[in-house]
Design a protein around this ligand. Structure first.
Ligand code: ZN
Length: 395
């Protein structure tokens, strides 16, 4: 017996269960479990799809349904395509696999869209992004979904200096979608020994402006916000509000305490790094999940006790290593993969070429993240402790 394609479709639709878009919409609104599966081809999905739908092109439906949607043969699955024909054939094949609660959506994505129901756009990577991030996408721990997380990532770099430069370059290259740079300095000849975002032609320009140009040249697909300001108690909360993760690459104590306290109050993670001469360290502070900076150093040192990088010097490659460690931690936090440096401080000695790890525990008596905090509002330490108030970032 042979069938024309229209006979096949008509016979299939008589055998399977169909559902109208408004009924699907109602079930979602009522909070019923509905596992939507979009079985269109990639190019078709680029224009939009139904929020939370699994995207499995028809050719992979039987192969990927168990892993991507459910092993449970009773799971309530709704398949849709562009107009309701391919999804009918797909439903037939899932029934053949033993799925008992599969329905095909009448009218497909077009019917859903024409009814005015919500759609999700920008959910898939463009052809350009697939090429650009191919080495990420190949990694099972990243994949297209992880790359999308990176593209939605919002990271603020405090300081566009020795640490901020390599961190920014790698985050931009990795496709972290929104990068903020805060720095009140201009590029100086003495920065070029280690601040790899800048060239001689940038001397005299604000670091955040020169950095923005370089990052957008590296990756025009991201957004870079240049904050040409000194972080103070009155502006820091407004600036960090728009970001999910703060990278601290400043090298002065007032800013370090300010960022720590603001992050604890705003409950934002801080990926911290610092360098001095031949040694550096990195750690991650996650409010509620480990120590903060004040757990180790409750109060700033007296003025003049700790030399700045300008006085102490720094090996040019050192911030590269520490900054890239910070970039690595940021990417892991965004992806939700791996073990972050929470509760651990990784110290690096360039002369011995050795890494050491120290445990860091939250101190219940910490002045800001402790059980009875004494620091409940932000403090501008430079106003009374006499440290230089300019924010020469990360040496
Ligand atoms: Zn603390």
């Amino acid at each position: 017996m042979s069938l024309t394609s229209s006979q096949l479709v008509n016979e299939t639709k008589e055998k399977i269960k169909e559902v109208a878009p408004d009924e699907v919409q109602r079930s979602i609104k009522e909070g019923q479990e509905v596992r939507l599966v979009d079985i269109r081809e990639r190019e078709e999905v680029m224009d939009g799809y139904i929020p939370n739908a699994a995207l499995i092109p028809r050719g992979f439906l039987e192969l990927d349904i168990e892993e991507e949607v459910s092993m449970d043969r009773e799971a309530p699955i709704v398949l849709y395509c562009a107009g309701g024909t391919r999804s009918a054939l797909g439903a037939r094949d899932l029934e053949f696999m033993g799925y008992t609660n599969v329905r095909s959506m009448i009218g497909g994505f077009k019917g859903w869209k024409d009814a005015g129901f919500e759609i999700e756009q920008n959910g898939l990577l463009s052809e350009d992004d697939l090429r650009r991030y191919a080495r990420h996408i190949t990694l099972p721990e990243v994949g297209e979904k992880g790359q999308q997380k990176l593209l939605k990532g919002r990271v603020l770099l405090v300081g566009a200096g020795g640490l901020g430069c390599p961190t920014a370059l790698y985050l931009a290259a990795a496709g972290v979608g929104t990068i903020g740079l805060v720095d009140a300095d201009v590029v100086d000849m003495s920065n070029l020994q280690r601040q790899v975002l800048f060239g001689e032609s940038d001397i005299g320009r604000p670091k955040v402006e020169a950095g923005k140009d370089r990052l957008l040249d590296l990756n025009p697909g991201i957004s870079v916000n240049a904050h040409y300001v000194m972080l103070r108690s009155e502006n820091i909360m407004d600036i960090i509000e728009d970001y999910d993760i703060i990278v601290n690459g400043c090298d002065n104590f007032p800013t370090r305490y300010l960022v720590n306290d603001a992050a604890v109050l705003a409950e934002k993670p801080v990926v911290d790094g610092s360098i001095f001469r031949f040694e550096g360290m990195a750690t991650v502070y996650v409010p509620g999940a480990g120590a903060c900076y004040r757990c180790r150093y409750p109060e700033p040192p007296p003025p003049g006790e700790v030399p700045s990088c300008a006085e102490g010097g720094v090996l040019g490659v050192l911030p590269g290593i520490v900054g890239v460690m910070q970039a690595t931690e940021v990417i892991k936090l965004i992806l939700g993969e791996g073990t972050p440096l929470v509760g651990r401080m990784l110290a690096y000695d360039a002369m011995d070429m050795k890494f050491r790890e120290f445990k860091q525990r939250r101190d219940p008596a910490c002045p800001v993240c402790g059980d009875n905090p004494s620091v409940t509002e932000l403090i501008d330490y430079d106003q009374f402790c006499g440290l230089p108030s300019h924010s020469e970032a990360a040496g």
